[in-house]
Design a protein around this ligand. Structure first.
Ligand code: ADP
Ligand code: TRP
Length: 323
C-alpha cells in the first residue's frame, strides 16, 4: 500500500520561498509517489484572524497558490479544513486525552506568550486540532519544517494514548524534516518568516521580489575579498535554485575573492525569476476563474470525507459515543 502523506498550510498571507522549499515543493513531489493529503488550515488561522473577508481571501489565495505551484487535485486529496467538520469532532475527543502538562510545554505556544500575545483557548488547543488533522486521515508521514516537529510529537503521544485506552485505531505518524532544507534563511539571515518581515515572496510583482533579493543583508566585504559561502544568505538561497555545479562555482568564487554580493544577488534573482515565472502565469489564470477553484475545493472535501468518515465511525464505536 502507498504511504499516506499529509500536511496543512495556514492561509496567512503571501507565500514565500521558505514555505515553498520548507513544505510545498516536497508535498507536490509526494503526489506522484504517495497518497497525498494536503489541506488549508483555515480553522487554525481563526486563532489569529477575526476578519471574515481577510480569512476568506487568504483561504482562496492559498488554494490558488498550491494549484499554481503544481498541486493536481486529481492526484491527491486537496481541501479546506473547515469543510470537513468531523475533524473538529475528533479534536474534542482527543482533547479529553491530552494532559494539560503536555500542552503547556508546546514551544510555539510558549513563544507566543513570551512575545506578549494574549492567548485564546484556540491557540492553546492548536496542537490538538493539528493532531486531529493528522490522525483522522491515518497519516503515515507528515512533512513539516523544524518548527512543527514538536506538534507532530504531540500528535504521536495523543494517538498512542488513544490506542492504549480505546483500542488500536490510529496510525502513529512520523514527522519528516529533511536536514539540508530544515530552515530557509530570510533576507536578514534569520528563519524566513512573515512575522520577521524578511521574506522573499513568490507571487508578488517583479519589483517587489527584486527589492527583497537586493536587500539581503550581508557583511561589508569588498568585491575582491575572500568570503565565506556557508551561512552567507545569498549563497544559501542560491543553492536551493541552482544545480550542484552552479552552487559549487559560486562557493569557489566567494572563497577566492572577486565575487561581490551585488553580482551574486543578481544571479540569485535570475534563478528565482526563471523558476517561478510559469507558476506566476498559472496563478494569474486561476485568479480570473475563482469559481473553478471553489469547485475543486468542494470536490476535495467530498473526497476526503470518505476517509474521515471511516475513521470516525471506528472512533465513535470504540469510545462508546455511538450507543
Ligand atoms: P511563517 O514563519 O512565515 O509564519 P509558517 O510558520 O506558517 O510560516 O510555516 C508554514 C510551513 O512552511 C510550515 O510547515 C513551516 O515549517 C514551513 N516553513 C515556513 N518558513 C520556513 C523556513 N524559513 N524554512 C523552512 N520551512 C519553513
Ligand atoms: N501548523 C501548521 C503550520 O503552521 C499547519 C498545520 C495544521 C499542519 N494542521 C496540520 C501541518 C497538520 C501538518 C499537519 O504550517
Amino acid at each position: 500500500m502507498k504511504k499516506r502523506v499529509l500536511s496543512g498550510i495556514q492561509p496567512s498571507g503571501s507565500l514565500h520561498i521558505g514555505y515553498y522549499f520548507g513544505m510545498i515543493k516536497r508535498m507536490i513531489e509526494y503526489q506522484e509517489s504517495s497518497d497525498l493529503f494536503c489541506f488549508i488550515a483555515n480553522l487554525h488561522s481563526l486563532t489569529t484572524i477575526s476578519d471574515k473577508s481577510v480569512l476568506k481571501k487568504m483561504t482562496l489565495d492559498a488554494a490558488m497558490d498550491f494549484l499554481a505551484l503544481g498541486l493536481n487535485p486529481k492526484k491527491c486529496y486537496f481541501w479546506v479544513q473547515s469543510d470537513v467538520p468531523e475533524t473538529t469532532e475528533l479534536a474534542w475527543i482527543l482533547s479529553t486525552l491530552a494532559p494539560i502538562g503536555l500542552m503547556e510545554r508546546a514551544h510555539s505556544y510558549k513563544d507566543k506568550i513570551a512575545k506578549g500575545v494574549q492567548p485564546n483557548l484556540g491557540l492553546f488547543n492548536y496542537p490538538i486540532l493539528m493532531a486531529a488533522d493528522i490522525l483522522i486521515n491515518q497519516s503515515d508521514v507528515v512533512p513539516v519544517g523544524k518548527d512543527q516537529k514538536q506538534h507532530i510529537e504531540m500528535a504521536r503521544d495523543i494517538a498512542i494514548k488513544f490506542n492504549n485506552t480505546f483500542g488500536n485505531i490510529f496510525t502513529i505518524p512520523e514527522p519528516e524534516i529533511p536536514k539540508e532544507i530544515a530552515v530557509i534563511p530570510g533576507t536578514d539571515g534569520q528563519k524566513m518568516s512573515k512575522s520577521y518581515k524578511n521574506t522573499i515572496p513568490i507571487f508578488a510583482e517583479p519589483n517587489v521580489i527584486k527589492k527583497a533579493v537586493m536587500g539581503i543583508v550581508t557583511d561589508s566585504k569588498g568585491i575582491d575579498e575572500p568570503k565565506k559561502a556557508e551561512g552567507n544568505t545569498v549563497y544559501e538561497l542560491y543553492k536551493l535554485f541552482a544545480s550542484k555545479k552552479e552552487a559549487d562555482e559560486m562557493k569557489k568564487a566567494f572563497k577566492k575573492g572577486g565575487m561581490g554580493y551585488g553580482d551574486a544577488k543578481k544571479m540569485l534573482l535570475e534563478k528565482i525569476q526563471k523558476t517561478f515565472e510559469p507558476f506566476q502565469k498559472k496563478r494569474k489564470e486561476l485568479e480570473n476563474h475563482p469559481k473553478k477553484v471553489e469547485t475543486i475545493l468542494a470536490h476535495g472535501a467530498e473526497k476526503v470525507t470518505e476517509v474521515t468518515h471511516q475513521t470516525m465511525q471506528k472512533v465513535r464505536k470504540a469510545t462508546g459515543l455511538k450507543y
